[in-house]
Design a binder for this molecule. Structure first.
Ligand SMILES: Nc1ncnc2c1ncn2[C@@H]1O[C@H](COP(=O)(O)OP(=O)(O)OP(=O)(O)O)[C@@H](O)[C@H]1O
Ligand SMILES: [Mg+2]
Length: 316
């Protein structure tokens, strides 16, 4: 183990990112001054496609060097001691599809070895333990290509966890999972987040929810919000409406507001949506307790990223 870890810098937050910039060789500015601090718990990194989530995570995991800025993982600067950073960190990439012809246990065992676990006996016991933890003991001998999407993601979690890192970085973990697997995955993250840092990226707001202690919104390479899920929701109070739309209203509401849900009941269409700074549609009622997704949409609308802004664009 490197000296940097042996000093135990645990008084510092697990992840500290200061003024991080990343520009790809084609000139694209993927990250433009990111500041982010994460302690113990589940942190959700939420943002639309192309926001820079995977870029940020790859930099954190030392797979890609940033253009500029300072990143420390458990007190260790990522530019100074990559091995020490990697020892403290488990990473589940957005694409985890290789290893198709190997058995589950072999995959986790091999990746454990790559994470620095060289003692075969210790590794064997730990692999068994971690497979039990993610609920894969029954399929430890099965080939990866025969697993369901949910099981495959759990293999990914097992390999990220196997060397008992203090931080786990998970990129878009629920893509392709069915609703039950999604709930199971969320519970696993909440459980793991009790005594370590989990940074989880997603563009699906519902994936975060109650288990998440803090949310950071990334948009076009910039963190535009960091706070608790409840504070994001609180900002939407008064802006979220529900309306039973008349036939004449349907088109107007669909094109002018951010619609979160549409329910058809007989000849009625019930919309739930975000008004932003516009007046509510005629006959609409304010929703007293907006959901996290509505909190997110209201926030994006307040940044000029909602339906009203799209309408203005189209008029130009
Ligand atoms: N290797 C690369 N070279 C050039 N541009 C890149 C490269 N990788 C990513 N980008 C660009 O950087 C921006 C951020 O990409 P990134 O993959 O980090 O976003 P993301 O938030 O993870 O998106 P998604 O939700 O689709 O996974 C995008 O505009 C992307 O096209
Ligand atoms: Mg991504």
């Amino acid at each position: 183990m490197s000296e940097a870890i042996a000093q135990d810098q645990s008084s510092q937050p697990a992840i500290v990112i200061r003024d991080l910039h990343h520009t790809y060789s084609n000139g694209h500015h993927a990250l433009t001054g990111v500041n982010l601090t994460c302690g113990t718990g589940v942190y959700g990194l939420l943002g639309p496609n192309g926001a820079g989530k995977s870029s940020l995570m790859r930099i954190l995991c030392t797979l890609q060097a940033p253009t500029s800025g300072e990143v420390t993982v458990c007190g260790v600067n990522i530019n100074e001691d990559r091995l020490a950073v990697r020892a403290n960190l488990g990473y589940l990439p957005q694409e985890f599809g290789a290893w198709r012809l190997h058995k589950v246990r072999e995959v986790v065992d091999t990746l454990a070895q790559l994470s620095g676990m060289h003692d075969k006996k210790v590794r064997k016991a730990r692999v068994a333990e971690v497979l039990e933890q993610v609920g894969l003991t029954q399929v430890a001998h099965r080939k990866v290509k025969k697993l369901s999407g949910g099981m495959l993601r759990r293999v990914g979690v097992a390999q990220a966890l196997v060397h008992a890192p203090k931080i786990i970085v998970v990129d878009e973990p629920t893509v392709g999972l069915d609703p039950e697997e999604r709930i199971r995955f969320r519970q696993l993250m909440a459980e793991l987040g009790r005594d370590r840092t989990i940074l989880l990226s997603t563009h699906i707001v519902a994936d975060l929810g109650a288990a998440c202690q803090e949310i950071a919104l990334l948009d076009s390479g910039e963190i535009i919000f960091q706070g608790s899920p409840s504070s994001l929701v609180a900002g939407a109070v008064g802006q979220v409406f529900q309306v039973v739309a008349t036939e004449l209203q349907v088109d107007d509401i669909e094109s002018n507001y951010d619609i979160v849900s549409t329910t058809v009941s007989g000849s009625n269409v019930i919309f739930r949506g975000v008004a932003g700074d516009q007046d509510l549609p005629n006959g609409a009622e304010v929703v007293k307790q907006p959901t996290l997704e509505e909190g997110y949409m209201a926030f994006m609308a307040s940044r000029g990223r909602g339906a009203a802004a799209r309408q203005d664009e189209e008029k130009k």
